[in-house]
Design a protein around this ligand. Structure first.
Ligand SMILES: *Cc1c(COP(=O)(O)O)cnc(C)c1O
Length: 395
């Protein structure tokens, strides 16, 4: 038995090294990695640019704390501001911390606006915002809240994507709306352009804040730098993580000047957040994803992948119910238990991620090639064929 606290139901697989979208076991067995570290390894494994950035920084300076200025932190913040709606950035080490910062920023906004009674958030069923006490309350899933005492107060849930229910749920205690433009853990459920625009309108009418969780769907995953750009809207606050560090633990909370006006000196902090190592990697990842050709390539590859999956759905209607998502954030809703498809994929030496709603997520590195996508479609096809055959013989 492992000395590690057994909170994870892990696959019995271990990897020794990686390269691009490939992972290798110690004895050289090769896997096609379409789990992507759960949408984290944006540039794949062992990308030379981020290795260089990290090792160069590692030889200079690792950590000084936020008692002092960190030039690369100021630079990354400025660059993120330059390519988004935001005016201010707070760096964290994880997604949950980025959401915590978003929640605190919105509550402080109303505090300094002299409407401190506005502390509640409207959230959606199926949401996932992290594993801290506040973010499990924001997610609202009984499975994640069970046994951890009274849920942190201040989160009201409505059905996804019922904008009339949101409108009805707004009260004089509402601080904001907290939403993932595409639910990841929830099963690649897309809010859609109209819903995001409606939420923006509701927030404006009510004088509350629109807070996006783009931890999974952001940083180029959908073929835009951030998923809300498809809707042409601007949030007030946004939580980012996963892809932003390409595998180095990094998150960020972005906000407008207006929405962040309560976050004055002493209101928030993190010992590690935005340290020189993380900032070196963050700047290098941002170089790659803001290359104009990069996002165009993600869109093209995503389309090609989705078309390949749609063909498999036609071919294996008893295995695949639906193909969902955008860019390289795709999901296959299964007619079989999704764990069975994942196991069948492991047989084909390919990795994918389970999600709620019977979905298997496909979240390859954004640098995946067209050939690697074709390879993935072939392997998924073989896994479907194996499942279809097993199902036919069991009936
Ligand atoms: C992964 C994820 C989180 C939590 O991020 P951690 O780094 O695990 O804390 C929050 N929100 C969304 C949408 C996520 O996908």
């Amino acid at each position: 038995m492992s000395a590690v606290l057994p909170t994870y139901a892990r696959y019995d697989l271990e990897f020794d090294r990686g390269e691009g979208v490939r992972l290798y076991t110690r004895d050289g067995e090769e896997f096609l990695d379409f789990a992507g570290g759960i949408a984290v390894n944006a540039l794949g494994h062992a990308h030379p640019t981020i290795i260089a950035a990290l090792t160069e920084q590692a030889n200079k300076l690792w950590h000084t704390s936020n008692l002092y200025r960190i030039p690369d932190q100021e630079r990354l913040a400025e660059r993120l501001v330059g390519v988004t709606f935001a005016d201010r950035v707070f760096f964290t080490n994880s997604g949950a911390e980025a959401v915590e910062c978003a929640i605190k920023t919105a509550r402080r906004f109303h505090h300094v606006e002299d409407t401190p009674e506005r502390y509640r958030f409207i959230c959606f069923d199926g949401a996932f915002h992290g594993r801290t006490l506040a973010t499990i309350a924001a997610g609202g899933q009984p499975k994640l809240l069970d046994g951890f005492g009274p849920p942190v107060d201040g989160f009201d849930h409505v059905e996804a994507w019922d904008v009339e229910a949101v409108r009805a749920a707004v009260s004089d205690q509402t601080a904001g709306i907290l939403v993932e433009p595409i639910q990841g853990e929830g099963g690649i459920r897309t809010a859609g352009i109209d819903v995001l625009r409606e939420l923006r309108a509701i927030a404006d009418e009510a004088g509350i804040l629109l807070v996006l969780d783009e931890i999974q769907c952001g940083m180029g995953r959908t073929g835009k730098l951030f998923a809300h750009e498809w809707a042409g809207i601007r949030p007030d606050i946004m939580a980012v993580a996963k892809g932003i560090g390409g595998g180095f633990p990094l998150g960020a909370c972005l906000a407008t000047e207006h929405a962040s006006k309560g976050m004055t000196a002493g209101t928030h902090g993190s010992t590690y957040g935005g340290n020189p190592l993380a900032m070196a990697v963050g700047n290098a990842v941002l170089d790659a994803v803001t290359d104009p050709d990069f996002l165009e390539a993600v869109r093209k590859k995503g389309l090609r992948f989705k078309q390949g999956l749609a063909q498999l759905q036609d071919e294996y209607p008893d295995v695949i119910d639906e193909v969902r998502g955008q860019g390289l954030m795709l999901g296959v809703k299964c007619k079989v238990p999704p764990a069975e498809l994942i196991s069948a994929l492991v047989e084909q030496k390919m990795l994918a991620v389970p999600a709620a709603d019977n979905v298997v997520r496909l979240l390859p590195a954004l640098v995946v090639s067209g050939d690697e996508i074709s390879d993935a479609v072939t392997r998924i096809g073989m896994a479907c064929a194996a499942l279809a055959k097993a199902n036919a013989s069991s009936h």
